[in-house]
Design a protein. Structure first.
Length: 159
């Protein structure tokens, strides 16, 4: 049971499930073993793993990725997230839904930033309507005030 819990708490869920099965074969009424086995199996099956249950290296990289994202460093965040994914795979976890969702959001922000930059270039060229459309597109994609404010600023210049 001690080894199974070490595996469980280190995020090595598939290995932990096997050991919990052995524990439950010997002690079928051990509730904690049953509960941890079900949690581990659920994490592996659904890919929904709470942050507190991530392997420590993955949790660290994921936390840093979230911090980088909050300050708009999306490329850095994506690199850190990929490090977290690698750590998860090394722990035997192939599916991590929160990581996949976050990766999609990061990619949307990266794409929006590129469109926003294109809008700035168009504005510098005097192509105001196209610039406004690009920046508004970035605002719609992300909901970030930075893009909405810039589009509004461009509209004031145009008007």
């Amino acid at each position: 049971m001690e080894e199974a819990e070490k595996l469980f708490y280190s995020g090595r869920y598939s290995e932990a499930v096997r050991l919990f099965d052995r524990v439950l074969h010997l002690e079928p009424k051990w509730e904690r073993a049953r509960q941890h086995r079900l949690e581990a199996e659920n994490y592996l099956r659904t890919g929904y793993i709470p942050p507190v249950a991530l392997p420590s290296e993955a949790a660290s990289a994921f936390g840093k990725a979230q911090s980088a994202s909050r300050v708009g460093r999306y490329e850095d965040a994506l690199a850190l997230l990929q490090k977290a994914h690698l750590s998860m795979r090394q722990a035997g976890i192939q599916r991590w839904q929160e990581g996949l969702d976050f990766e999609q959001k990061l990619q949307e922000n990266i794409d929006a930033e590129k469109v926003y930059q294109e809008g700035g270039q168009l504005f510098a060229e005097g192509r105001l309507d196209e610039a406004i459309e690009r920046v508004e597109s970035a605002a719609r994609a992300t909901g970030l005030p930075k893009y909405r404010d810039r589009a509004q600023s461009y509209r004031r210049v145009r008007d």
